[in-house]
Design a protein around this ligand. Structure first.
Ligand SMILES: *Cc1c(COP(=O)(O)O)cnc(C)c1O
Length: 352
């Protein structure tokens, strides 16, 4: 463990001091609820009942379900409107505008930079090495006393690879700030990830989401795992009713369907490898990187032209050739078998 770690000194001073919004209900619990100016006649045209009430601001039962699933305690869990909300709250808790900075490791997910820049934090870049792994020494050298956050994405978007545990561990032990590991794709990797380790590392925040492996991008439910002290800051500054009642309901229901979720994860992994075998046979395709996620990073001749032609033919993939070390690359999400057939057939038919 990092002996000099001091959580309070990393927290933006006004966030440390502020007192959160508090509702009467969170103090007194159940009873005749005439405290929140809800409409007591409700919305009778919707069958789901209870929607006229504000949802539980603490998301107690949902956090309990996630805790049980991941083998941690509910107090180590924050639930947000996608992991994007957790990223936004992180830069606000740990970033004093115009003063602090964050480190990102390109090529990586774009939201870390956007969230940091909205908060007027400087963004330092320490690129991944040629194997798309974190350059640990370079990261530690780049960090300044004003560096409060390091964002790692494992498995990484857009490269698809899981980062080696020993490199992450060295960063956790030596980086003087919060280490965020974004595990949006962890369930496709076969690795158990770092969520249960937040009790060992007070500077660790792990982000997960229901958008990918759970197949629920539409409900917007993300999770941050961290020490109880860090979670308290999340709870302090989040909008009180950030998880709406429908999202909470569908998120919680998904834990009754873990068999289906696991079955689909396996199916997507198999389909990913089937897609890889077919794509690599195509003339313009040069390299397909190993993937621990539900997408492939494909290096190909005339990637931009193929990207455009695919789109003209109704097949949308992501051009990533402008990302560090990803020249001539497309990022392709693994679809259903039919969708993947369509992608491969369209690629075959394109004449440049
Ligand atoms: C898709 C993705 C997310 C998910 O964000 P949500 O807001 O939870 O939908 C987070 N991080 C990475 C790296 C992603 O690729």
């Amino acid at each position: 463990m990092n002996n000099s770690f001091d959580l309070q000194s990393l927290v933006r001073p006004n966030v440390r001091e502020l007192s959160p919004y508090s509702s009467a209900r969170s103090k007194y619990g159940a009873g005749l609820l005439l405290d929140a100016n809800e409409n007591s006649l409700g919305a009778p045209w919707i069958e789901a009942d209870g929607l006229h009430r504000y949802p539980d601001p603490a998301q107690a039962s949902l956090r309990e379900a996630i805790a049980e699933w991941r083998g941690v305690r509910a107090e180590n869990i924050f639930t947000g409107t996608g992991s994007d909300e957790a990223i936004d709250l992180l830069v606000r808790i740990f970033g004093t505008p115009g003063k602090d900075n964050i480190i990102i490791t390109p090529p990586t997910y774009g939201m870390y930079r956007v969230a940091a820049e909205i908060q007027d934090l400087q963004v330092l870049e320490v690129p991944l090495d040629d194997s798309f792994e974190p350059a640990v020494d370079a990261i530690l050298e780049e960090a300044t006393p004003a560096t409060t956050l390091l964002f790692l994405c494992s498995p990484n978007n857009p490269t698809g690879n899981l980062f080696p545990g020993n490199k992450i561990e060295r960063l956790l032990n030596n980086f003087n700030g919060i280490v965020v590991i974004d595990e949006a794709y962890i369930d496709f990797s076969g690795d158990s990830g770092w969520s249960s380790r937040v009790v060992d590392y007070p500077n660790l925040v792990v982000l997960q989401t229901m958008s990918k492996s759970f197949g629920l991008a539409g409900i917007r439910l993300g999770t941050a795992f961290a020490s109880g002290s860090i979670i308290e800051y999340f709870m302090k500054i989040k909008p009180p009713y950030n998880i709406n009642a429908l999202t909470g309901k569908y998120a919680q229901e998904s834990f009754n369907h873990l068999d289906t979720i696991h079955f689909n994860i396996e199916a997507l992994i198999e389909e990913r490898e089937r897609l890889r075998e077919r794509l690599i046979k195509l003339d313009p395709v040069q390299t397909i990187y190993p993937s621990d996620a539900n997408f492939l990073l494909v290096k190909m001749n005339q990637a931009m032209e193929y990207y455009r032609k695919l789109a003209e033919n109704g097949v949308i993939v992501r051009y990533r050739g402008n990302q560090y070390n990803c020249d001539h690359c497309l990022r392709i999400t693994v679809g259903t078998p039919d969708e993947n057939d369509q992608l491969v057939n369209t690629l075959k038919e394109i004449k440049l």
